[in-house]
Design a binder for this molecule. Structure first.
Ligand SMILES: [Zn+2]
Length: 356
């Protein structure tokens, strides 16, 4: 699985019986960025599979994958205006002498109509269905699988009414407030999924610390609830550099940026004209600051700060190394799902990093 929750690394490949396959899975740890296929349907299927595994096992790790896909590779298939679609979801795109039919995104930009018409309706119905994944009923209670503003009005397994209101700016902010609007008088559980990235999370009920929050598990609050009770969950959202397993050759000495469940990327629209995306480096000592921009790309939090652009040109298949020259540039990273909404250009999720 890619860092975006995407799966199915290659457009063409071969099966273990040496049959030619399309949209296929190749060897473990073989994770190309630029030619990653990652069909939108495959990514969505990954979240559906994990939703079912979550309901069977109650293991929070499946909720993590569901959420990862919903905020990243499940959403990158559709444009912000909802009118255009990608079939494949690579982690890097470069312009130039590429045969789009064979590799990369297949098209330079999202298309209004795809002749193999599976991804667009699958994506749209998954978004429409996703509220149904937000909660699950447990033996004597309710589990909160996903965070996002909503109102819940349902019954517990014993038939008693439960009404909750969830208020939050998640995934841009890690503060979540859940109010009990109506519930039975007897003791029951509210289970809260603590994402595996959410180290240092605190949980309060009516201002009093209520449960231990262990990342990658459900925190259980068992008590008698009354209308007006308020749960506060505070998940620290830090911008993190994420590196791949050393066996993933394609990301050696590179990092991706992640904040909460959202994976970031950088694209041409935020770089000086004619910058090759492969010349963009991150410097480990340059801080990137989350910035809320309600009027940008439909309302996102960007990561703002300095990057380094390598100036010497690399053209040969192999060339002798000299100390590279870099120029500093102030820019922003955008959520991966929002890429390719500002004209044709290049994009990358993983960037080489200079450790200072
Ligand atoms: Zn599809």
């Amino acid at each position: 699985m890619y860092i975006t929750g995407a799966i199915g690394q290659t457009h063409y490949g071969r099966s273990s019986r040496l049959d030619k396959i399309e949209e296929g899975f190749i060897d473990e740890y073989m994770m190309p960025n630029m030619t990653a296929y990652n069909e939108t349907c495959a990514n969505i299927c990954n979240s559906m599979f994990n939703y079912r595994m979550l309901t069977l096992t109650g293991d929070a790790k499946h909720g993590d994958v569901m959420e990862l896909v919903l905020h990243n590779s499940g959403l990158s298939g559709i444009s912000l205006d909802g009118k255009n679609y990608y079939y494949s979801n690579p982690l890097r795109k470069i312009e130039g002498a590429l045969d789009y039919e064979k590799m990369n995104v297949e098209f330079p930009e999202r298309q209004p109509y795809l002749k193999c018409f599976c991804c667009p309706p699958n994506l749209v119905r998954t978004i429409a269905k996703s509220p149904g994944w937000a909660y699950s009923k447990s033996e004597n209670g309710i589990a909160v699988n996903l965070y996002g503003g909503n109102e819940l009005n349902t019954t517990l397994l014993d038939g008693s009414t439960i009404k909750l209101t969830q208020k939050t700016d998640y995934p841009w902010d890690g503060a979540v407030k859940i109010t009990v609007d109506e519930s039975k008088a007897d003791t029951f559980d509210i289970l809260l999924r603590i994402p595996s990235w959410a180290k240092g999370t605190q949980i309060y009920v009516n201002g009093i610390k209520a449960a231990e929050a262990v990342p990658g598990t459900f925190a259980k609050i068992e008590r008698k609830w009354a209308a007006g009770d308020e749960i506060t969950i505070d998940m620290p959202m830090e911008t993190k550099f994420i590196e791949g397993h050393p066996r993933i050759e394609e990301v050696r000495n590179q990092v991706a940026l992640k904040r909460g469940p959202v994976v970031y990327c950088i694209e041409s629209a935020d770089l000086p004209e004619k910058t090759d995306i492969t010349n963009v480096y991150l410097s480990s000592d340059k801080k990137l600051s989350p910035t809320s921009r309600p009027d940008f790309l439909g309302g996102v939090t960007t990561l703002e700060g300095e990057i380094l652009i390598r100036k010497d040109k690399l053209g040969e298949m192999y060339q002798e190394v000299s100390v590279p020259e870099f120029e500093s540039f102030k820019t922003n990273f955008i959520p991966y799902y929002a890429w390719s909404n500002r004209g044709q250009g290049e994009m990358t999720v993983f960037l080489p990093v200079i450790w200072n």
